[in-house]
Design a protein around this ligand. Sequence first.
Ligand SMILES: Nc1ncnc2c1ncn2[C@@H]1O[C@H](COP(=O)(O)OP(=O)(O)OP(=O)(O)O)[C@@H](O)[C@H]1O
Ligand SMILES: [Mg+2]
Length: 262
Amino acid sequence: MALPHSRPASRRWFAPRRSSELLPTAMELSSPEAKPVAVKGPVAELLHVSKLYGSGDTVVRALDDVCLTVERGDYLAVMGTSGSGKSTAMNILGCLDRPTSGYYRLNGVPVESLDDDALADLRNRELGFVFQQFHLLPQISALDNVMLPMIYAGVPPEERRERARQALERVGLAQRIDNRPNQLSGGQQQRVAVARAIINRPALLLADEPTGALDSRTTEEVLAIFDDLNRQGITILLVTHEQEVGDRARRVVHFRDGRLAG
Ligand SMILES: Nc1ncnc2c1ncn2[C@@H]1O[C@H](COP(=O)(O)OP(=O)(O)OP(=O)(O)O)[C@@H](O)[C@H]1O
Ligand SMILES: [Mg+2]
């Protein structure tokens, strides 16, 4: 059931929270920032989801009757061989694609009931994305990159700047906020991308091979930030081929031929 919920005040955003604190306080419920989200139940739920590409003899069953629940506060790694359906599942979880059959509920909202505009709105409100290749805008500073999603979300300019500055400080980049992406290392760029992904306090952070382009030292930097964010209550789902990355998650699921193999 959808209940009114607010984001914590910006000062508290990165403060450590007990799991009991993940539910909104009375003060937060009455905040003018309140947004309607479900505060109970799973963050994401795939129910008997199948995805077929093509038709007739050439049909590819990229996902085959997949059921997956991502609980609030979870940190889930999705693994599996190439072509097993991981990106297809991520695209559906990220509201970038729709299942051929089955159901997807994101923060309690039945996604199949939404038209494309409402789906895009849900995606912007509830999801943060991190990609293998960072996808930062090259001509603008780290601070401006992190502020971008807040422009789309209608956050006032002074608050945008302060929140972006805090987010970059939190990922260890306080001294680099004015640098453009090509003035930063790969690990630093990915940390900017993580700050950007969580700046609107998404219900779910989705990351497709977030360390795939990084060496082992910078992989560790990014994983330490994911650990930290998850400890603070952010729900994370990432796809990885790397066992050391999977080992850091609370839970690992494996795809095989479009099916979940445990
Ligand atoms: N747009 C598409 N049209 C046709 N087939 C597709 C399409 N996208 C994916 N597939 C097929 O669906 C299956 C699952 O692909 P998917 O990209 O989900 O795999 P993956 O697990 O992400 O692989 P990788 O580890 O290589 O990224 C593959 O057989 C792929 O060829
Ligand atoms: Mg893939």
